[in-house]
Design a protein around this ligand. Sequence first.
Ligand code: CU
Length: 100
Amino acid sequence: MTLIPASCSDNMGASNTDAKNNQSVPAENLSQANFLCTTMDCTGCENAINNALKKIKGVQDVKSDYKTLLVYVKFDRTVTNIDTIKNMLFEIGYPPEDLK
Ligand SMILES: [Cu+2]
């Protein structure tokens, strides 16, 4: 348990401004996905993930929980996709594992 995520504490509290790049998206365009990010280990990690994913155009909502290691993402599938979200998680040091 000595894994130290690269981006954890640096991003803490970086943004509470939930910049909503989302207006009215038709319900039929919305998708959701869950990712298992096992390198999350504190609320700083949650914030880092939330902030990074919300910067992706088309991402509507992100909820991370380091206790369950789950990241929930709601997104407009006409604007972005699961691969884009996954790539961002890899980039910021929280590689997602496949959920069964
Ligand atoms: Cu952390």
